[in-house]
Ligand binder design. Structure first.
Ligand SMILES: [Zn+2]
Length: 210
């Protein structure tokens, strides 16, 4: 157990911005809503083959559900399990809605140059050679969207409270990015944007299994 105490990394992701991080196969990472009510977009790539990345459609089919819960695995575009949900204090997340982008704010709200998740991802992933066309649809952590009986996509207010979190276990070496969604123009994002915390813990497996 030589590396034991050096393997916990905490990243505070500033409101409206993104950060990138790596998680080794078997490692854990947690996304924590520090103040509550903050949607956080998450994307992940196979660190050993960046053409493999999370896929909402493959995950939905794999789970036969539009939602994911503890024990479920998020699938890749190659249909392989990439990461497993091991803890979740909220239970309300989304994998139907695409990341917000400049057109979302311009066309739907008439706002020019609003910060957005796609540009956030581009900023942090470009140094890794990942361009806009290679960024998958995200998992929208803490986003409260669903489908009603008529098939309509319904956006509801976020229910996460301060300290709520979700933890994933990596099932392959991952490059991940999170964007603290800057949406402040509708009910889904609440009325203010707040920091979130990402904790990467490579000791957790040993602790939980001991
Ligand atoms: Zn967004």
């Amino acid at each position: 157990m030589p590396e034991k105490t050096e393997k916990v990394l905490k990243i505070t992701v500033p409101a409206g911005h993104a950060r990138v991080f790596e998680v080794k196969n078997g490692g854990f990472f947690t996304v924590t809503d520090i103040e509550g009510g903050q949607i956080t977009d998450l994307v992940a790539f196979n660190a050993d083959d960046l053409s493999e990345k999370i896929s909402g459609s493959h995950t939905r089919l794999g789970l036969h559900s539009i939602r994911f819960k503890v024990g479920d695995s998020v699938r890749s575009n190659f249909r392989r399990p990439m990461m497993e949900i091991v803890e979740d204090t909220v239970g309300t997340h989304d994998m139907l809605v695409p990341a917000c982008d400049d057109q979302r704010y311009l066309v739907d709200y008439g706002v020019i140059d609003h910060r957005n998740c796609v540009s956030n991802f581009e900023e942090v992933l470009a140094p890794r050679g990942i361009g806009r066309g290679s960024i998958p649809d995200p998992l929208n952590i803490f986003e409260n969207a669903t489908v009603d009986e008529a098939g309509n996509l319904v956006h509801l207010p976020v229910v996460s409270k301060a300290g709520d979190h979700i933890t994933f276990r990596a099932l392959m070496n991952l490059v991940c990015a999170v964007s603290v969604c800057p949406m402040d123009l509708n009910i889904t994002g609440g009325d203010r944007i707040t920091d979130i915390l990402v904790t990467i813990d490579r000791n957790e497996k040993q602790r939980r299994e001991s």
